[in-house]
Design a protein around this ligand. Sequence first.
Ligand SMILES: *Cc1c(COP(=O)(O)O)cnc(C)c1O
Length: 341
Amino acid sequence: MEKKNIDWGSLGFAYMPTDKRYVSNYKDGKWDDGALIDDPVVHINESAGVLQYAQTVFEGLKAYTTEDGHIVAFRPDMNAERLEASALRLQIPPFPKDRFMEAVKEVVAANEAYVPPYGSGASLYLRPFIFGSDPVLGVAPAKEYQFRILCTPVGPYFKGGAKPITIRVCDFDRAAPHGTGHIKAGLNYAMSLYAITDAHNQGYDENMYLDSATRTKVEETGGANFLFVTKDNKVVTPKSDTILPSITRRSLVYVAKEYLGLEVEEREVLFEEVKDFAECGLCGTAAVISPVGKIVDHGKEICMPSGMSEMGPVLKKLYETLTGIQQGKIKAPEGWIQVIK
Ligand SMILES: *Cc1c(COP(=O)(O)O)cnc(C)c1O
């Protein structure tokens, strides 16, 4: 297979159209057979449910080349299950899990020329999503939907090593109790755009959201879960009904316990405790772990003991173990690596 002439190492995290995308349409109460298509443009009515009432949910996962030359996806079954949960919450008909898995395989295989080679640090990012496609005007769920997976090659998240970032405690809320914070929906991002733009304007990389009911507990950032490490090497991660259940976080918790023999606490984390942790990181598919060096709470700075020059030792070990598993260098737990080719 002839790869595309792309400078893999200099890719960022941006959309680039590839040759094929997978599309299946829902009409008259059922999903059609689905197909790979060429057209990157979606044609929908001006009053489509997604345009008027934001009826859409999405996923994000990666396919990449392993050391032994296979193309694999990391835990796509988890994305299928989470997409189903997200869809149900927004009255969207779920896309069947077995078909999701098949669609991932098909679309990656069809875009093999865009799967970055091993060692480049780059990967093929997959964005599955479902949206209401037929006209609505009165507030109601759409009757027709489209499921689509687009692929785009993305670069190594950190070029030249992961530098710790500075975040701020945010005065805006991300999710309400009993709201939609636990599902992967575009609507959660739309309302975070003002807050993240403001954070960037003030010189911060990300927002730390607290629970909106009491504003005392750590939730997550706009698009990544928190991991903390205590001074005696325990891994602590916030547990809350209003955070998005990150697949990276759940995988890292498993790796911490089963591969590194670390103690892990998944529990409510008070903001007050943060100053006592040794390390802090953000986890998600894009970067796996981004180290946090400094947290600013309305002018009061919390400087993590791990510092501003590199990732702390425990998070680094976690990062290396999980990325080693993903690249096929460390034996993966049963079912984590889906071989596509
Ligand atoms: C996608 C997402 C994450 C990270 O989840 P992963 O499955 O690890 O990629 C965390 N928080 C939010 C709000 C997200 O949308």
